[in-house]
Design a protein around this ligand. Structure first.
Ligand code: GDP
Length: 194
C-alpha cells in the first residue's frame, strides 16, 4: 500500500516496529530535473509518469519491501518536490532520516557537481551513520553520457557512499537501489521510533 502525505501531518499510530519490521525515513536530494520524483514513482507505483509529480512543497510516499531474510522494510520516502532550489533544506527534512539518496543525471556534469554539494550538506546536517547512496539516473541516455561511472564511483567511495546507476524510465536498477539500502540498515533495533 502506498500513501501520500504533506510535510509534518503524517501520523502512523498503531503500527509496531521490531527487528524484523523496520521503518525507515529516506530523503532524496539532488538538482531539479535529475529524476528524483520519477525514481520514487517507479519504485512505489511501478510506472514512469513524469506528469504526476508533486510540484509544491515536500511530500512523501511509502513503500514496503521484503528481504530474503524475511525482514520487511517500510520506506518513507521524502522528496524535495522543488524545494531543492532553495539550496539549503529545513533541518526537519533531514531529521530522523536513516538513509539519503543523492541523485544526479549522467548527462549533466552540473548535476554531478550539485550532488557533491548535497553530500556536504548531508555530512553537516544528516544523522551520524546515515546510509548514503549516490545515484546516476537517466542511464538509458548513455549516448549522451557526460559523467563517467568511474568518476562517480571514486567519489562515492571517498565519501563512504554506495554508487549505482539507474533509469526511472526503463526501471533499470531502481528496485536494486532500495534493496541495497535496506540491506545496509542496522538490524536489531527500530531505525526510527514509531
Ligand atoms: P526531479 O525534479 O528531480 O524530481 O525530476 P523529475 O522526476 O521530475 O524528472 C525530470 C525530467 O527527467 C522528466 O521530464 C522526466 O521525464 C525525465 N526523467 C526522469 N528520469 C528519467 C530517466 O531515467 N531517463 C530519462 N530518459 N528521462 C528521465
Amino acid at each position: 500500500a502506498s500513501r501520500q502525505g504533506r510535510l509534518g501531518v503524517h501520523q502512523d499510530a498503531g503500527e509496531t516496529y521490531d527487528s524484523k519490521n523496520l521503518r525507515t525515513k529516506l530523503v532524496l536530494l539532488g538538482d531539479s530535473g535529475v529524476g528524483k520524483s520519477c525514481i520514487v514513482l517507479r519504485f512505489v507505483r511501478g510506472q514512469f509518469d513524469p506528469s504526476s509529480k508533486v510540484t509544491v512543497g515536500a511530500s512523501f510516499l511509502s513503500q514496503t519491501i521484503a528481504l530474503q531474510d524475511s525482514t520487511t522494510v517500510k520506506f518513507e520516502i521524502w522528496d524535495t518536490a522543488g524545494q531543492e532550489r532553495y539550496a539549503s533544506l529545513a533541518p526537519l527534512y533531514y531529521r530522523g532520516a536513516a538513509a539519503a539518496v543523492v541523485v544526479y543525471d549522467i548527462t549533466s556534469p552540473d548535476s554531478f557537481q550539485k550532488a557533491q554539494f548535497w553530500v556536504k550538506e548531508l555530512q553537516k546536517h544528516g544523522s551520524p551513520g546515515i546510509i548514503m547512496a549516490l545515484v546516476g539516473n537517466k542511464a538509458d541516455l548513455h549516448e549522451s553520457r557526460e559523467v563517467a561511472s568511474e568518476d562517480a564511483q571514486a567519489y562515492a567511495e571517498t565519501n563512504g557512499m554506495f554508487f549505482i546507476e539507474t533509469s526511472a524510465k526503463t526501471a533499470d536498477n531502481v528496485n536494486q537501489l532500495f534493496e541495497e539500502i535496506a540491506k545496509r540498515l542496522p538490524r536489531g533495533q527500530p531505525t526510527q521510533k514509531p
